[in-house]
Write a protein that binds this ligand. Sequence first.
Ligand code: ZN
Length: 279
Amino acid sequence: MPLFELVGCHDNMTTLQDAAYYKGFTDVVVEAQWLRRDTAQIQGSLGSAGIGFIPLVQGMGHHGPGSYDPACREAEGTTATCPVRRRTWEVLGAVLKKVLRPGVKRLHIGCDEVRIAAVCEDCRAAGLTPEEAYAGYINGCCQLARKISPSVEVMLWADNLCPHNWEGVSPPAAPLKLAGALKLIPKDVILCLWNYGPNPHVGVSNAWELSYAYVQIAKTVEWAKTTGHRFTGSPWTNAKVAQFWIDRLEKAKALGVIATNWGASRECDSVVIKAAYGE
Ligand SMILES: [Zn+2]
């Protein structure tokens, strides 16, 4: 049965990521409109199919629960969440209480595509740098999550931390360069890497784009090895690039690979699924 059907989210679903870990361990990362969906039901449906459930509760960058509440936003007209506002933590606390159910071992907190940080009045009054604000949000999430579920592991997208994600990317698409935040983030936080490779929406893959993707992926994995964090990686649509990712991640003893549903191709999916589940 397709994962979308298993979790009962035919609409309102923004993200479904198949977090396929090596060594026979398989979980699915699900981001839904939490306030409108029954988390227990999602977890139950996945569990009955032998699949673990990783709730994705976005924040900082985009589309977290706080982004629906103006009192949590870093700036009007954005979906960025402010880590200083008390309301941010009230909203997050309510959502985490709902999704960190018994049996949930990992929580994905997003934190990708952060393009503004520490610009609001409250952040400026606190004297925070963007790196401190970013790390403050992550640390706050870890503390809040562990208050609810003491052994839960926290994971996040690492594009704002890894310099190789920024190479060749110009504003407004370029993420904020927050590599300095890495030293402020607990070592048990899992980094989810991506350098997706050729973008199918802007042009047909060519040899140059492919070789650029290989170089960036190789550099990204090498970077991850120096961080002291456990990590995973994520391909996008290109099967050759996916295989390259998987080979690199296996060699680096990463936790595994995450297949995503946004714009993923059958060709790419089959490579990732084969790596995770076998033939
Ligand atoms: Zn702020």
